[in-house]
Design a protein around this ligand. Structure first.
Ligand code: PHE
Ligand code: ZN
Ligand code: ZN
Ligand code: ZN
Length: 297
């Protein structure tokens, strides 16, 4: 699947400017994601978490900015909720197209593809667009902090997608079993890693493991004991010779040379890689949601 065109509200610039990935540039005055409005995908309802104020720096000036999460639920068993998330804010320095328009678009595309199958997910899928990740995982921390013990128990897992179209990227899967980096996630995280790794192998696509670092919105979930996993194509780290031999691209250069800078714009995406990651995200979501293609209306 090609990642969806999506309006990304850039909280960083403080002006409500938006950028559209794979589409034309647009303007919205209200922070919103019209593409998933109404009952667009699977009869989802949009619910904004109560607003949270964050302090951000724009052109050296400190501003108070209101931020929010957007949650969209499918029908299905709430006791096995699968949260599929990506942060939709960016840093102030740039438009944040790879970080994290890419993850936002891929999650939105997943909702669109699942809706198209008219399938009934056995388990509830909660598409989550997190605000204020860059200010310290504020949106996802807030979300998990509001859960009761009983609600935590209803969360089967979290899938997280932060930077999935890096221009010099690698197909990285979070090392949820700790096999390579020694840091394992809550029980169940190993299975998530395996689903992604097996999927890529089945497609004849190489993948590699990346540190289970907690450097993104899955951290509050694992802290609460909820299994988590995800994909990543690399940030400021340098591509090795070995990786370049397997994945192509340029050894000795950053996976994303525009990470957290002004050049993270519409040209800063490997669209083929983003499409492969989006396919993997659709596959993993359908697997964990136990989507049954012929059960739907
Ligand atoms: N969370 C980081 C950011 O948004 C990106 C990142 C994701 C880094 C996953 C490492 C691992 O800037
Ligand atoms: Zn970032
Ligand atoms: Zn990010
Ligand atoms: Zn591993």
């Amino acid at each position: 699947a090609k990642a969806a065109g999506v309006i990304i509200f850039n909280q960083g610039n403080g002006e409500g400017r938006t950028d559209v990935l794979n589409g034309t540039l647009g303007e919205v005055t209200e922070p919103s994601i019209p593409a998933v409005g109404g009952d667009y995908a699977l009869g989802v309802e949009l619910a904004a978490d109560p607003d949270t104020t964050v302090r951000i720096k724009v052109d050296g000036e400190v501003l108070d900015s209101t931020t929010f999460n957007i949650l969209a639920d499918t029908k299905g068993n709430a006791d096995e909720t699968v949260v599929v998330g990506a942060h939709f804010d960016s840093v102030a320095e740039g438009a944040g197209i790879n970080d994290n328009g890419s993850g936002t678009a891929a999650v939105l595309e997943t909702a669109i593809q699942l809706a198209k199958t008219k399938a009934a997910p056995e388990n509830r899928v909660r598409f989550a667009f997190w605000g204020a990740e860059e200010s310290g995982l504020i949106g996802s921390e807030y979300y998990v902090s509001e859960l009761s013990e009983a609600e935590i128990a209803q969360h089967a897992l979290n899938l997280n997608f932060d930077m999935v179209g890096s221009p010099n990227g690698v197909r990285f899967v979070y090392d949820g079993d700790g096999s390579e980096f020694g840091q394992a996630g809550p029980e169940g995280s190993a299975e998530i890693e395996k689903v992604f790794a097996d999927y890529f192998a089945s497609q004849g696509l190489a993948s590699a493991e990346t540190e289970y670092s907690g450097r993104s919105d899955y951290a509050p979930f694992i802290a609460a004991g909820i299994p988590a996993g995800g994909l990543f194509t690399g940030a400021e780290g340098t591509k090795t010779k070995g990786e370049a031999a397997i994945f192509g691209g340029t050894a000795g250069e950053a996976y994303d040379p525009c990470y957290h800078t002004a050049c993270d714009d519409l040209s800063n995406i490997d669209e083929k890689l983003l499409g492969e990651m989006a396919d993997a995200i659709v596959y993993a979501t359908a697997t964990f949601a136990e989507v049954q293609p012929h059960k739907g209306k």
